[in-house]
Design a protein around this ligand. Structure first.
Ligand code: C2E
Ligand code: CA
Ligand code: CA
Length: 589
């Protein structure tokens, strides 16, 4: 149970905390031991005692009604003080025991023996005691039996907690213990609340730079802070790395607002001088009853917690509708993984880009499509956000790149030399050697890298990531054309554009679509285009659907247009037909 990770004193405190707590199964087992002690030693009374800094707690007592006493009335202070078996044949003759109430008043204890209970690594966690109302002398053989029984109880307690019920860093009961406690809970209905206070990537980088001890200090201090700040009526559990949980009673339990209020501004210490502000998120299982399995109750709280983290809300309560949505998202992801593995159902469509200066096609954008075996066409706007931040993104991008390159090869063999851009995310650029690998793939297909462009989303993420920026520089160096996608939607700060090696800026449909109807939008787009042109960017407007908008954009100096006005995203064969029909006949109004 106890490892060398933490000091004996904190181990002692944590273990005492566990032993003090109510645990029906454990206490029933302990009771069998104390019965055995009485039988074997022919003693009328025996008990296991646990002492903290204030009180003595009497566990599994045989023929003793008292459940706790002050330390000044605790016989067991003596064996704990000396760390060995103490035998007092007659309390009336012993100065340390003479004044105790149990000696002076009924039941008039005259004989006492106590043996410390020690954990495997020598930490004293309690005492086994025997009492009699008569003075007694016990033989060496009886002392030997007594100490052996104390050893057995120590081993029992160690193994009780060693079977995986204690989190060894915080010494709090762990997830398995929580599941067991939920199963035997006396409450008819309760909520399970999980608190997350540590950002995993941060914890890993802290471990790398400061070492595991710093992370463990932090976890232990978190446990201490939560124990003090939370309105707990029961136990606090450590259910996963940096995650703590407790059960709240249906009626008397705290509200989430109460809990959030209590945890506001919580800091935990990494070293005595360095404290970290905890970024706390909570998941609440909602009211659960005995009809639900402990695993399901835990799953509900975890599901709510993940929702709170992803939406950056302080707390979210489990909700069936949300859960159903999450489950269907999960099944979509599983389906997509399968589609990628089997190369079934995924395909690319290509939407042309047209120059407003020459009327010629400047290239096309490859857009991913997925024909799901049950749900039919699933739009990329639905499945791509699910894949982002998962390991599947890498496979998905590789699939898009490989199929785009294959298409470029086919088109080249038919004499069509079309530039194609693919959509990538910041995580793609951040991968070491991404640019090298992409260049190699083009070279293997005997294609010039200048035929491929990359459209980058998530400017903000990119600016925060030196590796992503560096990855983009590498792509540019190798001759790939760089597009900045969705400019004007969300984060679009012109001041930072210079940090990214962009060739072409794509104005988002949301700012372009209204310019024919709305003067305000027109003024905004005019200023943006003017500024971008002054900075020498090629400007492409996305989502253009009508002639009037094309005309305005042309007047504003916009270079290219992509939108339904010219073509929807098309299958490769349809794009070829469209290209031969339209090019070079596109009339620019
Ligand atoms: P996006 O990169 O901004 O792509 C342009 C989207 O606008 C496409 O939607 C396209 O079909 C649509 N569009 C083009 N012209 C018009 C128009 O005139 N009117 C309207 N209403 N819409 C127009 P789509 O294909 O549904 O793709 C949505 C988003 O999904 C893309 O936005 C892109 O962010 C993402 N996506 C698509 N394919 C891929 C891919 O292969 N990889 C990655 N990472 N993302 C992709
Ligand atoms: Ca795009
Ligand atoms: Ca876009």
């Amino acid at each position: 149970m106890l490892t060398n990770l933490i000091s004996n004193e904190s181990k002692r405190h944590a273990t005492i905390g566990l032993l003090k707590s109510h645990d029906r199964e454990r206490d029933e087992a302990l009771k069998k031991y104390t019965q055995m002690v009485c039988q074997l030693l022919k003693m009328p009374m025996s008990f296991v005692s646990v002492l903290d800094d204030e009180k003595q707690y009497i566990k599994s007592a045989q023929n003793i009604a008292v459940t706790e006493t002050g330390l000044d009335e605790a016989f067991c202070v003596q064996p704990l003080k000396y760390g060995k078996t103490i035998i007092c044949p007659d309390t009336h003759q012993h100065p340390a025991f003479r004044s105790y109430r149990a000696v002076k008043e009924a039941p008039f204890i005259r004989f006492y023996a106590g043996c410390p209970l020690k954990s495997q690594d020598g930490v004293t966690i309690g005492t086994l005691c025997i009492l009699d109302t008569q003075p007694r002398v016990i033989s060496d053989e009886q002392v030997d039996i007594f100490e052996k029984l104390a050893g057995l109880i120590s081993e029992f307690l160690a193994s009780w907690y060693a079977v995986g019920y204690v989190d060894i860093v915080t010494m709090l009961p762990n997830r398995q213990r929580l599941l067991k406690d939920i199963a035997v809970s006396a409450e008819d209905a309760f909520r399970l609340i999980i608190i997350d206070g540590i950002d995993m990537p941060f914890a890993y980088s802290m471990e790398r730079s400061l070492g595991m001890t710093a992370v463990e200090n932090l976890l232990r201090d978190m446990a201490a802070q939560f124990s003090v700040r939370l309105p707990l009526s029961g136990q606090l559990y450590a259910v996963a790395f940096g995650r703590f949980a407790f059960l709240a009673h249906e009626k008397t339990g705290p509200t989430l607002d109460n809990i959030a209020q209590n945890l506001r501004g919580t800091q935990a210490r990494i070293t005595p001088d360095v404290a970290l502000d905890l970024n706390i998120h909570m998941g609440d299982s909602g009211l659960c009853d005995k009809m639900l399995t402990p695993i399901e109750i835990l799953r509900r709280a975890v599901s709510a917690l993940h929702e709170a983290i992803s939406q950056d809300h302080r707390c979210i309560t489990y909700d069936d509708v949300l859960d159903t949505r999450k489950k269907s998202e999960f099944s979509l992801l599983t389906g997509l993984r399968q589609a990628l593995q089997e190369d079934l159902g995924l395909y690319l469509v290509y939407q042309p880009k047209v120059s407003l200066v020459t009327g010629r096609v400047t290239g096309a954008e490859a857009l991913l499509r997925w024909q799901h075996p049950e749900h039919g066409e699933v739009p990329p706007g639905v499945f791509i956000p699910l894949v982002e931040n998962t390991s599947l993104m890498r496979e998905l991008t590789a699939w898009v790149i490989d199929h785009t390159i294959a298409q470029l090869t086919v088109w080249r063999s038919r004499g069509l030399s079309l530039h194609v851009s693919v959509n990538l995310s910041a995580s793609d650029f951040s991968r070491p050697n991404f640019a090298d690998e992409l260049e190699q793939k083009m070279r293997d297909a005997r294609l010039d890298p200048a035929l491929l462009g990359v459209e980058c989303l998530e400017t903000e993420k990119m600016l925060e990531s030196p590796t992503a920026l560096n990855g983009l520089d590498m792509l540019k160096l190798r001759g790939f054309k760089i597009y900045l996608d969705d400019f004007g939607s969300g984060y679009s700060n012109i001041n930072y554009l210079r940090q990214i090696p962009i060739d072409i800026i794509k104005l988002d449909r949301s700012i372009v679509s209204n310019i024919a109807r709305d003067k305000g939008s027109r003024i905004i787009v005019r200023n943006i285009v003017r500024l971008l042109k002054q900075l020498d960017y090629v400007v492409l407007a996305e989502g253009v659907e009508d002639d009037k908008t094309v005309k305005i954009l042309r007047g504003l100096g916009c270079d290219e247009v992509q939108g339904y006005i010219y073509a929807k995203p098309l299958l490769p064969e349809a794009l070829e037909v469209w290209y031969h029909d339209m090019e070079p006949l596109i009339k620019i109004v």
